[in-house]
Design a protein around this ligand. Structure first.
Ligand code: S3P
Length: 444
């Protein structure tokens, strides 16, 4: 059948296997966008060649920047902070990529022609107000009917530095303000809830931008002095923890299995899933730790584990696990006892309504769930859960993480699954199927 995969069989145990996953998506997109602002030729190795990153590359090329891509090596000819050149009536399409759409707006704050920004069906449902609000304070103009794409943006050469409080815990919102700040004369001050800190680390350790960061207990203060041009740079992209997570859960839930995942970015603002799974009793280990340009990298060792236990998750860990909650719900469904999660509203603002989809899939599997106040969720785990029914997963807006989580559920818990839109994984993890098959998964 077209674009539907069938899985009718659990994966057999795999012992002492070693894999590597594709390059980190957040870092690959940041490399493309930020290198376009440098004063010369930047290079990257192990760039993620997924649809989201290709969308970012296409948009940046339309701004007059030369980009060469060969295998996973990439070369970007930066033109400085004021170097974009493009024709009138430009339309930039960010595809499925929220990071591209939102950070692109911050790259355009000093472009004085109207530019239309749009995206696919899923991206057109996502909130853009979170970046429109702060960028307007810098002096940028927007034309938009709703709070969503398509939008029109027109920058100005007379940007004002701003003071802004980011209270969603969104790295995209924080990064949009930070990038606009480097194009603005004077000091921009940002108070923000903690979220992934790749932009801060790149500013500090790669681009040498004047930035001051104070990490308080529950929030961060970031001050940036704008208008300093930065030199071309080289970047080695490590593996993506969000992609590694599918294989961590696969090994954990499969019988008699063990796996090493090489060279993964284990930035603490991204490794919530490992903390959560270890709290459930998984004993995942981080080996050969090292630093690269401010980012922490290691190999990850994981093996099958029975008797996992439910947890009451401190919402302080939500942000560091934000893209992995579907997998966390899946593991909670086989834990002994009840798991409780709180403040998950942001999950319904992703590529699909992921909180609702998580509940829907668990219900299909016969797992008891209950939505609690403030977008919280309780999951009653069943340690002996063995699925026998037929499952059909479709109409999920091609959300790559729903596709991949459903595939892992099918390979670990039994039942007969048909999952539609089977090319969804190409958004973030093009080698997903290939790696699964190398571990012995039977997918038709
Ligand atoms: C991302 C930030 C997160 C995350 C997304 C990538 C980034 O989104 O969910 O997949 O690269 O900055 P928010 O900033 O909306 O939390």
């Amino acid at each position: 059948m077209k674009n539907i995969i069938s899985i009718n069989q659990n994966i057999n145990g795999f012992k002492k296997k070693t894999i590597s996953v594709d390059g980190d998506k957040s870092l690959s997109i940041r490399f493309i966008l930020l290198s376009s602002l440098s004063t010369g030729k930047c290079t990257a190795v192990n760039l993620l060649k997924s649809e989201d990153v290709i969308s970012a590359i296409k948009c940046i090329k339309k701004l007059g920047i030369k980009i060469k891509l060969q295998d996973k090596n990439c070369e970007v000819g930066g033109k400085g902070l004021f170097g974009y050149k493009f024709s009138d009536n430009l339309i930039l399409n960010a595809g499925n990529s929220g990071t591209t759409a939102r950070l692109l707006c911050s790259l355009l704050v000093n472009s004085t022609k109207w530019i239309k920004i749009t995206g696919d069906k899923s991206l057109q449902k996502r909130d853009m107000e979170r970046i429109i609000k702060p960028l307007k304070l810098f002096g940028v103009k927007f034309k938009n009917k709703n709070k969503t794409l398509p939008i029109f943006i027109k920058g100005t050469e007379l940007l004002n530095p701003i003071k802004f409080e980011e209270n969603l815990g969104s790295a995209q919102c924080k990064s949009a303000v930070m990038i606009a700040a480097i194009k603005t004369k004077g000091q921009t001050k940002l108070k923000c809830l903690p979220s992934r800190d790749h932009t801060e680390l790149m500013f500090k350790h790669v681009l040498d931008i004047p930035i001051n960061i104070i990490n308080k207990k529950n929030y961060d203060i970031i001050k940036i002095n704008g208008l300093k041009e930065f030199k071309p740079f080289h970047y080695k992209i490590p593996g993506d923890i969000s992609s590694a997570s599918f294989f961590i859960v696969l090994a954990l839930l499969s019988k008699k299995s063990s796996l090493i995942i090489k060279n993964v970015n284990i930035n603490p603002s991204r490794t919530g899933i490992i903390k959560v799974l270890n709290l459930m009793g998984s004993k995942i280990q981080l080996l050969n730790k090292k630093y690269y340009k401010g980012e922490k990298i290691s190999d990850i060792y994981v093996k099958s584990k029975k008797n996992l236990k439910g947890i009451n998750l401190n919402p302080n860990l939500n942000s560091a696990a934000i893209d992995e909650f579907l997998l966390i719900f899946l593991v909670a469904s086989i834990c002994k006892g009840v798991s409780t999660f709180k403040n998950l509203g942001e999950l319904n603002k992703k590529e699909s309504k992921r909180l609702d989809w998580g509940i829907k899939i668990l219900k299909m599997m016969g797992v008891r769930t209950q939505k609690i106040k403030n977008n919280g969720l309780k999951i009653w785990g069943q340690p002996n859960l063995k699925l026998k029914k037929n499952f059909v997963i479709k109409n999920y807006l091609k959300d790559h993480r729903i596709f991949m989580t459903s595939t892992i559920a099918a390979l670990c818990l039994g039942g007969s699954w048909k999952i539609h839109d089977s090319d969804s994984f190409k958004t973030s993890f093009p080698r997903f199927s290939e790696i699964l098959k190398s571990l012995g998964a039977k997918i038709k």
